[in-house]
Design a protein around this ligand. Structure first.
Ligand code: FE2
Length: 229
């Protein structure tokens, strides 16, 4: 299902766009975890136990696969039922076994500019298949505070303007992006691809640096990205 989102956004916003957060995180520390994370993910590939990543129903192409092949390792897990709209509610999540297995990654996560974290997961695909372009949800006034990041730059991850077909590839180690008014997806590489996403509540200090649009809160990351240039 391709769903329509054509809500007004601030005139300065151009899609596709994303906000690199590399200036706010310790990129050298993150890069240093590449071997550690890759080794542990490789073990899980061999065990074949992880659940499949689901893009959700809001895909760009009507017949594109919603379970394109990526798998997930939960660093935190829902305390009760897994409700998508709880992904940013710290009270709804508790540490998962993955947090112990990836304890050195968790040490890094604790340095990110959150006052509290909620859903935390590693997405990976041992075969590096394409990730179908999709929106995460269609609520223009709901802005999830999250950091998407990776230990290497091998996964071609992009934002897509569905009207022009223009893609913008993420060139940084980390990003916050508008997951509603544009699409995002990944190209196939044929090799192991790994990324990590942490949702929660940004720290007050960090939030103070973020410009907020008057309407369409979901566009905040793009509003910020387009303010800087
Ligand atoms: Fe997504």
């Amino acid at each position: 299902m391709s769903s329509e989102v054509a809500e007004k956004v601030a005139p300065r916003i151009r899609y596709p766009s994303y906000k690199s957060l590399d200036e706010f995180i310790d990129v050298e520390w993150l890069k240093s975890l590449d071997g550690y994370v890759t080794d542990r993910i490789q073990r899980r590939v061999d065990q074949q136990q992880d659940i499949q990543f689901y893009t959700g129903p809001f895909t760009f192409a009507e017949k594109a696969p919603v379970k394109p092949g990526s798998k997930m390792v939960y660093l935190s897990q829902p305390k009760g039922e897994d409700d998508y709209y709880d992904l940013n509610n710290p009270d709804a999540w508790e540490a998962a076994a993955g947090a112990t297995e990836f304890s050195e990654l968790m040490d890094f996560v604790r340095t990110l500019p959150f006052k509290a974290t909620a859903r935390m997961l590693i997405m990976y695909d041992p075969e590096g298949r394409a990730v179908t372009a999709h929106r995460d949800h269609v609520s223009c006034n709901l802005c999830h505070e999250f950091i998407w990041f990776r230990t290497n730059l091998r996964k071609p991850f992009y934002m897509l303007n569905e009207n022009t077909g223009e893609k913008r590839y993420v060139t940084s180690h980390s990003a916050w992006f508008d997951s509603v008014n544009q699409f995002h997806g990944g190209d196939a590489t044929g090799e192991l691809a790994i990324s990590i996403r942490v949702d929660g509540l940004f720290s007050e200090d960090f939030k103070a640096t973020i410009p907020v649009p008057e309407y369409n809160l979901a566009s905040t990351p793009s509003f910020w990205a387009c303010s800087a240039s």
